[in-house]
Design a protein around this ligand. Structure first.
Ligand code: HEC
Ligand code: HEC
Ligand code: HEC
Ligand code: HEC
Ligand code: HEC
Length: 251
């Protein structure tokens, strides 16, 4: 009845309409769903910065860039000065770093998109957790494997409380890469391969005969060599229980 071309046009039209509907649905669904504080929230950043390259492959410690996380509630995002410590020399004409150079020259901050965010009525403090030697990975997952950072944990109230009630199930051993570390890894080489062995920081016996170990990430001392282990790594503290009373997180 209709010409073949018309038939084809109708089919293509229906197909295209279907596609548009699917695309619109996805765009709307994901923009609503990806409200801040959602697992998998992974915004595009103004500079294509990769944790996988810098932390994973170049082994730059988290605390080199997120300096001061052991002392303050928030973990600061590094300024372009920190980037330029290397990028004055490395890749110093890369177009991908144009915005970093501009920020450094003009002193204007880079507008990174915030990923992790609790609602205003709840409070989280990094320093308490870092000082308890809780590795970033326990909460943020394997950031050093992420090309673009995405939210790993729900950050919901039950997530906080699950760990506070049974920390041993949620806390992973502190690792050198995070800078939340309680000992050192030493390279043991033989002809065939080389492996790393964990060595606790050597005990220092003071005049009163008390053995202290120095916790390098923030220079505090612990009074005994750790016998307790998490993931096979000596840990100075048994994972203490976190608080459950409302006023510690809501005030
Ligand atoms: C060379 C510097 C550098 C190093 C090393 C680094 N980061 Fe970052 N980090 C950044 C920058 C810049 C951002 C903001 C852009 C982004 O999200 O990728 C960021 C963002 C983040 C965020 C998301 C912040 C938000 O908005 O919620 C987390 C979490 C994070 N880093 C954790 C880590 C952890 C864990 C490590 C170590 C495994 C690490 N970072 C190592 C520079 C660094
Ligand atoms: C410890 C040194 C060091 C620091 C600090 C550092 N980078 Fe890098 N970055 C490198 C190296 C080395 C490479 C290049 C790796 C390669 O050869 O491809 C690189 C590559 C890059 C690239 C890819 C460039 C390209 O053309 O492929 C970007 C983008 C980048 N860095 C952004 C940043 C930002 C943003 C910061 C600060 C938050 C930062 N870097 C801090 C060492 C560093
Ligand atoms: C006990 C869980 C926990 C641990 C451990 C932890 N974080 Fe976070 N992190 C969070 C939460 C929760 C937020 C959101 C905080 C807010 O919105 O106030 C956050 C936010 C961040 C941010 C965004 C800026 C900010 O502070 O709001 C960065 C960057 C970050 N963390 C890096 C790190 C690094 C690096 C480490 C390890 C040295 C680390 N975090 C360890 C839970 C954790
Ligand atoms: C991976 C485990 C873990 C997660 C997840 C976690 N915490 Fe904790 N938190 C702890 C531990 C363990 C302590 C006790 C630290 C110590 O012994 O010094 C603690 C301590 C605290 C304290 C200190 C209270 C005091 O007595 O000073 C507050 C506040 C806190 N957490 C809030 C939060 C909030 C808010 C969240 C969720 C956004 C959260 N925590 C997620 C393990 C966790
Ligand atoms: C360990 C920290 C912590 C403790 C203790 C805590 N809360 Fe929360 N609470 C949170 C966080 C974080 C959120 C935000 C969750 C989100 O973004 O979905 C929250 C959210 C809430 C909400 C908003 C609704 C919801 O569930 O998301 C209410 C209501 C609330 N808390 C009440 C309480 C009461 C009542 C207590 C005491 C019995 C309490 N909280 C103890 C961390 C805590």
């Amino acid at each position: 009845m209709f010409s073949r071309q018309f038939d084809l046009a109708v089919k293509l039209g229906v197909g295209a309409l279907g596609l548009v509907v699917v695309v619109v649905f996805c765009v709307v669904y994901f923009s609503v769903r990806n409200s801040v504080a959602d697992v998998g929230y992974r915004p595009t950043q103004p500079v294509p910065f990769s944790h996988k390259l810098h932390a994973g492959e170049l082994h730059v410690s988290c605390q080199y860039c997120h300096a001061g996380v052991e002392e303050s509630a928030h973990s600061p995002i590094p300024s372009s000065q920190t980037c330029m410590n290397c990028h004055l020399l490395v890749k110093n004409d890369s177009p991908k770093l144009a915005m970093v150079r501009e920020s450094y020259d003009k002193g204007t901050p880079i507008e990174w998109v915030r990923i992790h965010k609790l609602p205003d009525y709840s409070h989280f403090n990094h320093s308490r957790h870092i000082r308890a030697q809780i590795d970033c990975k326990s909460c943020h997952g394997p950031i050093e494997e992420m090309g673009v950072v995405s939210q790993f944990s729900s950050l919901s109230m039950s997530w906080c409380l699950d760990c506070h009630r049974s920390p041993d199930k949620h806390i992973v051993g502190a690792r050198p890469i995070s800078g939340v570390f309680t000992g050192k890894l030493e390279k043991v080489s033989n002809l065939l391969d080389s492996t790393f062995l964990f060595k606790p920081i050597p005990a220092q016996v003071d005049y009163a005969g008390v053995t202290d170990i120095v916790v390098p990430s923030f220079g505090a001392t612990e009074s005994k060599l750790p016998a307790h282990k998490i993931d096979g790594i000596p840990h100075p503290k048994y994972a203490g229980y976190g608080p459950e009373n409302c006023s510690t997180c809501h005030y």
